[in-house]
Design a protein around this ligand. Structure first.
Ligand SMILES: Cc1ncc(COP(=O)(O)O)c(C=O)c1O
Length: 356
């Protein structure tokens, strides 16, 4: 099946003349800058922020590319992964006409972002063991299906999706396949970004919000062919990544040892938390997770969630989500937080199951 990027692209985006910023037109770093209507005197803050940042984040992409073994030309950086998701809809999906496929239970923003862009979402649920039903997904594809979203490790179930199934979708679907790897740093799976050259229809998303611990900075990555990256760059807001974020992340990227140590510790805590959950008699199931959270099935999940809030312990109630009935999603905390959570959960479940 041949992938034709130009056919996939919305025609008005193909012919769009993008905004050309001051920093697009002159890319040198030295000179007297009188081109961007900035404040030449400085900033009303301790740190200096008076100059617009690099619109294409070249230093950051170079460093990130070395760490991830991806060429800078194959990297798009967004204000969180959510920006990349939104731009994909705007680039490829005609409102009121096109559709995308998602596989619930999965990350909620694919559907919300589709809705914002007036794009229909076709849902092909994962199996009861949270695997892709490949045949059903392919059957759901029609002439207006532009994107298939796959999340692996999947949020909220936590499992990594069978690689074989992902390869099948990549080879049998001639639209764009987005593989969201927000939690890949916690998993032992290699990233699909290492296979970009084999799949022109693949876009891999990652984020610094999870293992890197930089959620407040808002930085999401998308890796794809340089043609797809070119389209995202063409339609993004000119200075979408702040200078503060670029500088801070660039420095943080030197700390890969801290990343590795934190991931190791979180995985140790995850194992302990899993064990502790499994030892609570009322907990019906703890699903295997390759991420930094666990999905657990408990009786009366919604009420348990409310009771935990009274104890100032906040987990995510996923009980209304298809295939996650009576499930709570628990992010792995630090050792003390996990202990307090387990203690509170035991008490809540004990009291609750006795009185109902
Ligand atoms: C699967 C998945 N993708 C993306 C994101 C959002 O990432 P970002 O913080 O980069 O917008 C999340 C956040 O929870 C997520 O679970």
């Amino acid at each position: 099946m041949a992938f034709d990027l130009q056919k996939l692209l919305r025609p008005h985006i193909a012919s769009l003349k993008p905004y050309s910023s001051a920093r697009d037109e002159y890319t040198g770093e030295e000179g007297i800058f009188l081109d961007a209507n900035e404040n030449a005197l400085g900033s009303v803050s301790e740190q200096t922020f008076n100059r617009y940042p690099d619109p294409y984040q070249s230093k950051l992409k170079k460093k990130l590319g070395e760490i991830k073994q991806v060429l800078p030309a194959n990297i798009f950086l967004g204000n969180g992964s959510d920006e990349a998701i939104d731009l994909l809809f705007r680039a490829f999906c005609n409102p009121g006409v096109d559709n995308v496929i998602i596989m619930p239970p999965t990350y909620g923003m694919y559907e919300v972002s589709a809705g914002i862009n007036d794009v229909a979402t076709k849902k092909v649920p994962l199996s009861s063991s949270f695997e892709i039903e490949v045949e059903k997904v392919l059957e759901a594809v029609d002439q207006h299906t532009k994107i298939i979203f796959i999340c692996s490790p999947n949020n909220p179930s936590g499992n990594k999706i069978s690689r074989q199934s992902i390869y099948q979708i990549l080879t049998k679907f001639d639209g764009l396949v987005v593989i969201d790897e927000a939690y890949i740093d916690f998993s032992d799976e290699p990233s699909f970004s290492l296979e970009l050259n084999h799949y022109p229809n693949m876009l891999v998303m990652q984020t610094l919000s999870k293992a890197w611990g930089l959620a407040a900075l808002r930085l999401g990555m998308a890796y794809a062919s340089k043609e797809i990256i070119g389209i995202l760059n063409k339609i993004k807001p000119p200075y979408n990544i702040s200078g503060l974020t670029q500088d801070t992340v660039l420095k943080a990227m030197g700390n890969t040892k801290v990343l590795a140590d934190m991931v190791k510790e979180i995985l140790v805590q995850k194992d302990k938390l899993e064990l502790a959950l499994e030892q609570i008699p009322e907990v019906e199931k703890v699903y295997p997770s390759a991420a930094n959270f666990l999905l657990a099935k408990v009786p009366h999940a919604n009420q348990v969630y409310q009771k935990l809030i009274e104890e100032k312990i906040i987990v995510r109630d996923r009980s209304k989500v298809q295939r996650c009935e009576d499930c709570l999603r628990i992010t792995v905390g630090n050792e003390e937080e996990n202990k307090q959570f387990i203690q509170a959960l035991k008490e809540v479940l004990h009291v609750y199951t006795k009185t109902t």
